[in-house]
Design a protein around this ligand. Structure first.
Ligand SMILES: Cc1cc2nc3c(=O)[nH]c(=O)nc-3n(C[C@H](O)[C@H](O)[C@H](O)COP(=O)(O)OP(=O)(O)OC[C@H]3O[C@@H](n4cnc5c(N)ncnc54)[C@H](O)[C@@H]3O)c2cc1C
Length: 399
């Protein structure tokens, strides 16, 4: 029996929509489904680091994003209280970051998948992953109007986020797991100009980050250790503002601003999942999640989409066995993110860094090349493994 689709992608945001788009651009028959309709928001702040922006440029979508009036971000600033590190996170071919509202970014990605030829079904909830003799063969789902349907494909791609139904159905193996480490809340402010800067304030057991987004609004996210989650939930606004008061000069700036939205909060677990098996693949948060403190998720989802679509193309075209192409996908994904995963999990504890790291950061302060390196490392432009490599550390300490 001819299957209607080579791939069904469940989840149509940062991981799923680009995966569907890239496969459809290669001529494959793709069904992209999401229970959400677009535009719609999701619980996430939305800094897209320069290499994520570069992916949008390579896909021909950056001009569309720039046309939405999203302000570019050219500087990342880290205020440790005793000193500040301020640097350029980008590269010559990916000079800036953006912080687009998910209502705008995700809609743009879904539209691009449809334009590429993917069949897009919004408001379609997947209830069941169909498995035949140990192999995933399709999905059963429901439209918003309540009509149920079954669709079959060679491969079902789980791009369905942390609670992935695909990962659950196939019991995807989890490894290198860590529990939630940080609890954070964010909201949007008007009257708080940022002039192209993403600012971070790091204090004892507390931190907050500030970034400009659409509509001349500025997003501030503030967090504390997960152990305080339950207690601090009783007074979210009070704890959020107390955290900001730990940086008095910024708190002064905030006094002239107005809060424009309600508080949204989250705490997330950290894990890798084996991203493939017979008839299935995982991309984005469905396959790998790290705390949001380093804002890597959207860029990682874009990288996954590229790697996964290339691996599926190799397999569909007969160039490589599915298992081999997918083993490479997993190896490349894990190799690229592992050092950042460990760095992220350490930061998310909000514990003071070890003394030698504190000395290094103090030495970085004031040296522009080292500060750019620090900003690039936090942006995921270079790996923490490269930044903390002995030759780089020695060069910074000696300078
Ligand atoms: C508080 C917070 C702040 C963050 N800040 C940043 C940041 O600043 N920068 C950054 O890069 N990342 C950030 N992240 C991470 C980022 O949100 C994720 O990494 C990113 O959204 C992953 O995209 P995704 O497509 O894998 O999954 P998601 O965005 O979770 O999308 C999954 C989609 O699957 C759909 N779906 C799920 N189940 C089904 C089903 N059964 N049937 C149909 N559809 C289904 C959902 O409706 C959803 O639309 C943050 C996360 C949090 C929680």
């Amino acid at each position: 029996m001819t299957k209607a689709f080579e791939a069904i992608v469940v989840g149509a945001r940062c991981a799923g929509a680009p995966t569907a788009m890239l496969l459809a651009r290669k001529g494959y028959r793709v069904l992209l489904v999401d229970r959400a309709t677009f535009p719609s928001d999701t619980v996430s702040t939305h800094l897209v680091h320069p290499l994520g922006v570069r992916a949008l440029a390579e896909w021909g979508l950056l001009e569309r994003l720039a046309a939405t009036g999203c302000p570019p971000i050219h500087t990342y600033r880290f205020d440790f209280g005793a000193f500040t590190i301020s640097g350029w996170p980008g590269t010559d071919d990916a000079p800036v970051a953006f912080c687009p509202r998910r209502t705008i970014l995700d809609k743009l990605l879904v539209d691009a998948a449809a334009e590429a030829g993917a069949e897009v079904r919004e408001g379609f909830a997947v209830d069941e992953i169909l498995i035949d003799d140990g192999r995933v063969v399709g999905i059963k789902g429901r439209s918003k109007e309540g009509s149920s349907s079954i669709e079959r494909a060679d491969v079902v791609v789980g791009a369905d986020g942390r609670q992935s139904a695909v990962a659950k159905a196939v019991r995807a193996e989890q490894y290198d797991e860590k529990p939630p480490l940080l609890a954070a809340y964010y909201t949007y402010w008007s009257g708080l100009p940022m002039d192209g800067r993403f600012e971070n304030y790091i204090r004892d057991s507390r931190g907050f980050a500030v970034m400009p987004t659409h509509d001349e609004l500025t997003l501030i996210i503030a967090g504390w250790p997960y152990a305080e989650f339950e207690d601090n939930k009783k007074d979210i606004e009070g704890n959020y503002l107390k955290t900001i008061e730990l940086a008095p000069s910024f708190a002064d700036r905030l006094r002239g601003a107005k809060r424009e939205a309600r508080f949204v909060g989250a705490a997330v677990p950290n894990y890798f999942r084996k991203p493939n098996g017979r008839g299935w693949v995982l991309v984005g948060d469905a396959g790998y999640n790290r705390d949001f403190i380093t804002a890597q998720g959207i860029m990682d989802a874009f990288h996954d989409a590229e790697l996964c679509a290339a691996a599926l193309d190799n397999s569909f075209s007969g160039a490589r066995r599915f298992e081999d192409a997918m083993a490479d996908y997993q190896r490349t994904r894990d190799g690229r993110v592992k050092a950042m995963y460990d760095f992220t999990c350490q930061l998310a504890t909000l514990e003071p860094p070890p003394p030698e790291m504190q000395q290094l950061f103090a030495a970085v302060h004031g040296k522009q090349k080292a500060m750019d390196g620090f900003a690039r490392m936090n942006a995921g432009t270079i790996s923490p493994a490269a930044f903390f490599a002995p030759e780089n550390v020695n060069a910074i300490m000696a300078a």
